[in-house]
Design a protein. Structure first.
Length: 151
């Protein structure tokens, strides 16, 4: 199944996010899901490709998260890439809406996990990296890996 992370069980992780973005802040949010989506998440069938958070009106929605259709669902299954409402406090939404509007930042999901039987998503306020920054990170990690080996 998934890895245990401090009282939670990992469903999926967005590995590309840390490569493409500089993470400034993180936040935990709940999601409004359908039953067939929960069943698919229990099987770990999810993809973060091109997913982000959009602030609309007085709420936040997760856009582009692909949760594969549940095989054994009745005719009332779910649409795989539908927008999912995020469960956040009003002050959290207002704070991050202001930051994304002014500074040109974006909000991306980092990982999905189970916490107390409920699906949670870890969101990150992020700033896009340039290509040369990504290369520098790869070089730095390679040097750290070599030092850890004792070379």
């Amino acid at each position: 199944m998934g890895q245990k992370i401090a009282g939670s069980r990992l469903i999926a992780q967005n590995k590309k996010a840390r490569h493409e973005y500089e993470i400034l802040e993180t936040l935990e949010a709940g999601m409004a899901l359908m039953g067939s989506e929960v069943k698919s998440l229990r099987e770990g069938k999810v993809s973060f490709k091109d997913s982000y958070v959009r602030f609309a009106g007085d709420g936040a929605v997760l856009v582009g998260l692909y949760i594969s259709p549940y095989v054994h669902a009745v005719h009332t299954g779910h649409e795989p890439e539908r927008e999912r409402r995020l469960l956040l406090h009003k002050h959290q939404i207002n704070a991050w809406t202001g930051k994304t509007a002014q500074k040109g930042l974006t909000v991306v999901p980092l990982r999905l996990y189970w916490k107390g039987g409920r699906a949670k998503v870890e969101l990150a306020l992020a700033k896009g990296k340039k290509t040369h920054d990504q290369r520098e990170d790869l070089k730095r990690r390679a040097v750290e890996r070599d030092l850890a080996r004792g070379e």
